[in-house]
Design a protein around this ligand. Structure first.
Ligand code: UDX
Ligand code: UDX
Length: 448
């Protein structure tokens, strides 16, 4: 059992915190947001993440708690994770919060005797831990990293919507450190994961592994979307059929022990859609391209990945205009606001770009998301937020499917039952064309 403090109780910090407590560590999460801290201490989850409320409610305050008192939490622990946000500002990573957290942790360590390890969990551009974080920590603590302070970088690989499951069954543990002692201290946190591949390395490599992991996923998505555009232009070629054929290659298959062959999980990133969103892929690829530029390395591939993604939501509008050139007062319903199913996270969701385009063309827009209910959100001014899927559909002449919520899979049956046959535009390509009177999807244009 270790005593652990975590700075930042957001998606990453909080999930990491409760899961570490579940492993038997004593954990305190620190956040500047007092309301969030109170909610967590009342056993309630501040965001939608499967399994989180159940786990939060299970601990007593000595096992897991939240606080706004950073100094006390750091002093009462032997290892501190920094998990504050790292937003992109003008395409560059904003390290203000990380730097401040590192300095505050340093100040708290001034009065603490004994060895303490500080670990960056936030996604930071390669070089940040050795540079900005080390300097802020040494300045705050007036001590030297490597002597009585250990420093490391341990990226998270949590997918929103299944973050708890990802934590409990990690595919790898990447442990960067300034020295062996730091790496050893971080490895101890994960002692119970005996069969998981471990990568013990320096901090820059750990940072780069995280960026490379997200960049390859983003690249596959944009590749699929670019292929989808060509399929649309050619006509009578459906990207979904094309990708099914691609997925069948032995490279993209996994043989099971019973002899059967199934699709490898990577194929879920080889599908056309209306683009990637979320707190990671767009921001991380943008930050990496900016780092390349700053170092004089052009990154045309990742630059294009972002360019394709930026214009991908508009593909749906192009299809719509083919059918309805005048959108003025046209009742259009957008299904889904969250950037993906299983979360209420709206960050960089393609839904907002689609809504904005619709509004500026004068359409009468209704939106429905089964979980995210962002009443008063600036991006939804002038939009009707429906309470139920049925309400959202009642007056629609066009339905645009944006988030792959399982609730929307019954769309065909529901429309049929309600006696409605709007034009359905599938931005995720998991609906069945045959279920609808009027169906169009990204990456296909049937001519004959
Ligand atoms: C995380 C990582 O930190 C980010 O680098 C990664 O790319 C995505 O995941 P996330 O947990 O999603 O970010 O961020 P967010 O949900 O915004 O949480 C950050 C938390 O830190 C917030 O609760 C915020 O109040 C808190 N915070 C921020 C502090 O406690 N102190 C600060 O100085 C800044
Ligand atoms: C991602 C990584 O998957 C995870 O490993 C990392 O730790 C954090 O970043 P996350 O952002 O939670 O996780 O979601 P992910 O499932 O990767 O989806 C990101 C976006 O890509 C979503 O908007 C999703 O709709 C979109 N997407 C995904 C596609 O557009 N097409 C696809 O084929 C797959």
């Amino acid at each position: 059992m270790m005593k652990i403090s975590i700075i930042g109780a957001g998606y990453v910090g909080l999930v990491t915190g409760v899961c570490l407590a579940e492993l038997g560590h004593r954990v305190q999460c620190v956040d500047v947001d007092a309301a969030k801290v109170a909610l967590i201490n009342a056993g309630q989850a501040p965001m939608h993440e499967e399994g989180l409320p159940e786990l939060l409610a299970r601990f007593d305050r000595s096992e897991f708690s939240a606080t706004t008192d950073l100094e006390q939490a750091v002093r009462d622990s032997e290892l501190t994770f920094i998990a504050v946000g790292t937003p992109a500002v003008d395409g560059m990573i904003d390290l203000t919060y990380v730097r401040r957290a590192a300095e505050q942790v340093g100040v708290a360590l001034r009065e603490k005797t004994g060895y303490h390890t500080v670990v960056v969990k936030s996604t930071v551009i390669p070089g940040t831990t050795d540079g900005v974080v080390r300097a802020a920590l040494e300045q705050g603590s007036m001590r030297t990293v490597g002597e009585t302070i250990g420093l490391g970088m341990n990226p998270e690989f949590l997918t929103e919507g299944q973050a708890m499951a990802d934590f409990r069954a990690p595919d790898r543990l990447v442990i960067g450190g300034v020295d062996d002692r730091s790496r050893h201290a971080i490895a101890q946190v994960y002692e119970s994961f005996t069969d998981v591949p471990r990568f013990l390395t320096n901090c820059k490599t750990a940072e780069m592994i995280k960026y490379a992991s997200n960049s390859v996923l983003a690249t596959l998505i944009s590749f699929s979307n670019e292929m989808g555009r060509l399929c649309t232009a050619v006509g009578d070629v459906d990207i979904a059929d094309v990708m099914r054929g691609v997925h069948a290659a032995a490279y993209f298959s996994v043989a099971s022990s019973d002899g059967s062959v199934r699709k490898a999980p990577i194929t879920s990133f080889l599908e056309a859609g209306c683009g990637f969103g979320g707190s990671c892929l767009p921001k991380d690829v943008t930050a990496l391209v900016a780092q390349g530029r700053a170092l004089g390395v052009e990154m045309p591939l990742l630059g294009s990945v972002l360019g394709i993604n930026r214009s991908q939501p508009a593909e749906l509008l192009t299809i719509l205009r083919r059918h309805k050139p005048d959108l003025e007062k046209l009742p259009v319903t957008v299904l889904g606001l969250a950037f993906k199913p299983g979360t209420d996270d709206l960050r960089e969701s393609p839904a907002f770009l689609i809504v904005r385009e619709l509004l500026s063309a004068g359409a009468a827009v209704t939106v429905f998301d089964p979980v995210a209910k962002p009443v008063g959100h600036a991006g939804l001014r002038g939009v009707t937020l429906a309470e139920s899927l049925e309400d959202a559909l009642r007056t629609a002449l066009v339905v645009i499917h944006v988030t792959k919520w399982p609730e929307f899979e019954k769309l065909g049956t529901l429309l049929h039952k309600m006696g409605l046959d709007p034009l359905v535009l599938d931005g995720r390509r998991n609906l069945m064309p045959a279920d609808f009177e009027h169906y169009e999807g990204v990456g296909r244009r049937m001519v004959s």
